[in-house]
Ligand binder design. Structure first.
Ligand SMILES: Cc1cc2nc3c(=O)[nH]c(=O)nc-3n(C[C@H](O)[C@H](O)[C@H](O)COP(=O)(O)OP(=O)(O)OC[C@H]3O[C@@H](n4cnc5c(N)ncnc54)[C@H](O)[C@@H]3O)c2cc1C
Length: 341
């Protein structure tokens, strides 16, 4: 695992095992996850969710993939710290989860503890007297836009229509309509893999296109944002509607994970895919959207294997037809694309 892989369970390579050994290995693994779950459940706050084999497809926008061996929705920083410390001690990898709008979950699921920011305690929006706004990492970008408009604050409208939350947008430095998440960030509060809470000023962070280095091995808990100005609520609302309409006209409605590939410098991945004649290309129920060539949609029963095969095919065709190597923007949860492409 690439992200948040401060420690991992190292398994024997099952390739050389006979079927009885494989079954035993499966039981040993299940026992390991069960033991962690049983030990931690009583230590977490009453409102925290903590489960085994939680299906992840429904927690992603593209709606495919398997389960998390362990899944938590901690309700406090203390819960978060307990989980991180215990996972590190047990050699269990941790994967943060936002709204799953930039993820492909493998069909076999993830051998990790997934920590989601879905608990309501992470969805705060507080306008500060000095004009800044404090937002929790679990706040949906849609709600951030709506609450800012209501408070008469402008500067966040470009985030309208990005179906993630604040934490995912920080990790991805999400961007649209000429703006980037880190354009409006003053500071980020995060918790490290060892459970240490820190606040980093924007100037101390390393961010670029769809990337924030400091959040590779840490979980964002919240951020201090700076609106560009005060404005009339209706005027902010009108700008949000303009962006909403633009998206509705240019993006497919079917389940997707947004843009599959990064735009190569000075070029558009969607245009390159379209010019290679790939709109409508299909593997199983995974399809290159006929509306926007850089979106792959789930036509109903797509698997992650279908989607990965489609990514392979599109890359190969664009390489041959256009001489450009496209790099995925969506993340393969708990794995690296280079290992499957
Ligand atoms: C229809 C559609 C349109 C989209 N349009 C855009 C767009 O215009 N611009 C754009 O940039 N993206 C777009 N996306 C992609 C996606 O919405 C963004 O990347 C978004 O920021 C991801 O947020 P999320 O909460 O869903 O994160 P997730 O997909 O849940 O996670 C993404 C990554 O962030 C990590 N992560 C999540 N939460 C945290 C946290 N609290 N701390 C640290 N790491 C964390 C995860 O481990 C993972 O590595 C679109 C997606 C869809 C489906």
């Amino acid at each position: 695992m690439r992200r948040f892989d401060f420690l991992q369970i190292s398994y024997m390579n099952p390739v050389n095992l006979n079927s009885a050994d494989q079954a035993n290995l499966g039981l040993a693994r299940a026992h390991h996850w069960d033991a962690f779950h049983q030990a931690m459940r009583p230590r977490l706050g009453a409102t925290a969710k903590f489960t085994r084999e939680e299906p992840l497809a429904v927690k992603t926008t593209i709606r495919l993939g398997g389960s998390a061996r362990l899944y938590a929705e901690p309700g406090s920083e203390e819960d978060m710290r307990l989980l991180l410390n215990a996972a590190a001690a047990a050699g269990i990898a941790v994967l943060p989860l936002g709204r799953g709008s930039n993820l492909i979950v493998p069909d076999a699921g993830v051998e990790a503890l997934v920590i989601s920011m879905a608990h309501e305690n992470w969805a705060k929006f507080e306008a500060r007297p000095d004009g800044a706004v404090w937002v929790g990492a679990g706040l949906r970008l849609k709600n951030l836009c709506g609450l800012a408009a209501k408070a008469g604050l402008t500067g966040f409208e470009f985030l309208e229509g990005i179906p993630g939350n604040v934490g995912g947008a920080l990790r991805m430095n999400a961007g649209a309509m000429g703006g980037w998440m880190f354009d409006v960030v003053e500071a980020v509060q995060l918790i490290t893999a060892s459970g240490e809470s820190r606040t980093l000023e924007r100037a101390a962070m390393h961010v670029d296109y769809r990337h924030c280095a400091e959040l590779h091995d840490a979980i964002a808990l919240g951020a201090l944002l700076r609106p560009s100005a005060h404005a009339d609520t209706e005027a902010v609302g009108r700008q949000i509607d303009v962006y909403k309409k633009k998206r509705q006209e240019s993006q497919p409605r079917e389940p997707s994970a947004g843009c599959i590939f990064k735009n190569p410098p000075g070029n558009s991945a969607g245009r390159l895919i379209d010019q290679s004649g790939l709109k409508g290309e299909r593997v199983g129920d995974a399809e290159v959207s006929p509306i926007h060539a850089n979106f792959m949609v789930n036509r109903g029963a797509a698997t992650s294997a279908d989607l990965i095969e489609l990514v392979r095919r599109v890359r190969a065709r664009v390489r041959v037809a256009q001489g450009v190597e496209l790099e995925p923007e969506v993340l393969l949860y708990g794995q690296q694309w280079k290992d499957v492409l």
